[in-house]
Design a protein around this ligand. Structure first.
Ligand code: ATP
Ligand code: MG
Length: 561
């Protein structure tokens, strides 16, 4: 499965193929319609890749970027800006087609009067609790509102006075007149408009009356000439209302709503409502905390747009909800960075090694490949000197059988440098190993011994005099439960937060070429994983690296244990 292969014909593409073949449409117009009430998450990426992807695939087609901003009490300009930045970062372009549902408030209002005039909508004075009570349940039919049979004149008068601000918030609503006995609760005279005195991020205080999502969405689609309105499965039961609304209004066209399964990711949550709680209660450092499944979070962690797009392509489109394993997302970023990330050496938990037969004060600049399989990525030099750091894990005083790294009396290869042999182990008063004394063999430069003797292990290192100190943040799953949404009785999804989702290592030592690394530039720290400088906290003189992903799936192994 390569990412430049033609996308497979899923059920949505098949529908579009038919619509183009039959002449029903000559072009495809889709939209991505987020509500600006939070930052986008990886689930939204699926919808973005689908909608913008279709527009790129089909001739003369386009995808509209539209904000569904009908609920001023939860929406903010900050979210609008972050959403636009995230869509662009993912690699998509709406061109001139940036819209806001709030741009249609006048038209939506006129259409509401049209529904009143044709006897399809009425003003209802029941309280919100009463409306709920009258609505009935899945098994019991609803009850008609006593205000249902108001005359057109009375409805128009009341609706206009609602707009004029004559009534308090929540005192009256406009409802569609459909069917209180419908098997579909969404058709039991749904609310179309509510009174709400809240300042809107775009229309300010011009309105005290706001349209509901189910009324706004189909009309916005129709006004923009959307051909295929793609949404997630939870809207399947709303489709009859989508169609009812368009059937009863003089709209320019009637888009087709098609539902697909939302993306759920294991060990995390994808719902803005839940993510906002993590931010507001300080469980994470912000929307872009690298543990968050938000686009800004995984970007900060070091994911690339290419990897996210490849992931969305691999998961495909289905009609049933399922939970996708995080391992697939990690596979996609590993595959991308393996190709593109330059290699570097970093010692996360340093152990000092003194090479006793190497001249004090001497430095050699040794040549290192930036990428073992991509010679065009060039070379760099790494300084070598008498004192170096190696990884604590790369030494064992009493090594088990298959440990091929350093141990007393054993020889190991230093990547891009020499063989060294451990001659002496220096310990502190508590018995902890604090330093190794080694000797090197000058004839082994280049990684082989002229006498043909072999070493099995190659380890990474940095020169102590030249290394740059860094903080390294290791991330793990944000939750310990595969589906935190499915909380046990009396528990909340936040009860399953993983206390070890962030481990901060200080005093790490990285090779000097990393001293000025740009935020989000991914590196493979040899033998460790992929890392990038943190865009918020890293600066020259205070380097902070995020671990994007390990080299292999160490989680699976931990679980097996
Ligand atoms: P949330 O519950 O996180 O707020 P939402 O559906 O309310 O999600 P919107 O801003 O309304 O968020 O979503 C914009 C678009 O993204 C919608 O078309 C929605 O169907 C789609 N979308 C949201 N979450 C997912 C998901 N997990 N997988 C696929 N598409 C999604
Ligand atoms: Mg929503």
């Amino acid at each position: 499965m390569s990412s430049d292969a033609a996308p497979s014909r899923d059920f949505i593409r098949k529908i579009i193929d038919e619509d183009l073949a039959s002449g029903k449409h000559k072009e495809v117009v889709t939209r991505f319609p987020p509500e600006p009430n939070g930052y986008l998450h990886i689930g939204h990426a699926k919808s973005i890749c689908l909608n913008f992807g279709l527009a790129l695939e089909f001739p003369n087609s386009r995808c509209h970027m539209r904000f569904d901003d009908t609920n001023p009490s939860k929406e903010e300009e900050e979210y609008v800006q972050s959403i636009l930045a995230d869509v662009q970062w993912l690699g998509f372009d709406w061109g001139e087609h940036l819209y806001f549902a709030s741009d249609y408030f006048d038209q939506l209002y006129e259409y509401a009067e049209h529904l009143i005039q044709t006897g399809k909508a009425y003003v209802c004075d029941l309280t919100p609790d009463e409306i709920r009570e009258y609505r009935g349940t899945l098994t019991a039919p609803g009850k008609e509102s006593p205000y249902r049979d108001r005359t057109v004149e009375e409805n128009l008068d009341l609706f206009r006075r609602m707009r004029a601000g004559e009534f308090p918030d929540g005192s009256r609503v406009l409802r569609a007149k459909i069917d209180m006995a419908s098997g579909n609760i969404n058709l039991r005279d749904p609310v179309l408009y509510r009174i709400l005195r809240a300042s809107h991020h775009r229309t300010g205080d011009r309105w005290c009356l706001y349209p509901m999502y189910d009324y706004t969405h189909p009309i916005s689609d129709a006004l923009e000439g959307i051909t295929h309105s793609l949404c997630t499965l939870e809207f399947e039961d709303h489709r009859p209302l989508y169609d009812w609304t368009l059937d009863h209004l003089p709209v320019p066209c009637h888009p087709r709503q098609i539902e697909f399964a939302r993306l759920n990711l294991a060990y995390t949550v994808v719902s803005k409502r839940k993510l906002i709680k993590l931010v507001q209660h300080g469980h994470v450092s912000g929307w872009d905390d690298p543990r968050m499944p938000t686009i800004s979070g995984i970007r900060r962690r070091g994911y690339t747009p290419e990897a996210i797009r490849a992931f969305c392509e691999r998961i495909g489109l289905a009609k049933n909800d399922s939970i996708v394993d995080m391992a697939l997302l990690e596979y996609c970023i590993r595959e991308d960075l393996n190709e593109r990330a330059p290699r570097a050496m970093a010692v996360l938990q340093p152990l000092k090694v003194v090479i006793t037969n190497y001249p004090a004060g001497k430095t050699e600049e040794l040549t290192a490949q930036n990428h073992p399989q991509q010679p065009e990525m060039g070379q760099r030099t790494v300084p070598f000197s008498r004192e170096i750091y190696i990884e604590q894990d790369d030494f064992m005083e009493q090594p088990p059988k298959k440990f091929f790294r350093l141990a007393p009396g054993r020889e190991v290869r230093l990547r891009y440098a020499y063989f060294i042999k451990c001659e002496e182990v220096v310990k502190d008063a508590s018995g902890k190993v604090v330093e190794l004394c080694c000797t090197y063999d000058p004839a082994t430069i280049g990684g082989a011994a002229p006498d043909g003797r072999k070493v099995k292990g190659t380890i990474h290192w940095v020169s102590a005099a030249h290394a740059v100190a860094a903080e390294v943040r290791l991330y793990d799953r944000l939750f310990t439960k595969e589906n935190p949404d499915d909380a046990e009785e009396g528990k909340d999804f936040r009860d399953y937060l993983n206390p070890e989702s962030l481990i901060t290592l200080t005093g790490c030592m990285v090779e000097p070429s990393l001293a000025n690394s740009a935020p989000e530039q991914g590196y493979q720290f040899e033998r460790q994983g992929y890392f990038c400088a943190d865009r918020r906290d890293s600066r020259p003189g205070h380097l902070v690296f995020n671990r994007t992903v390990t080299l292999r799936d160490s989680w699976e192994k931990t679980k097996e244990k």
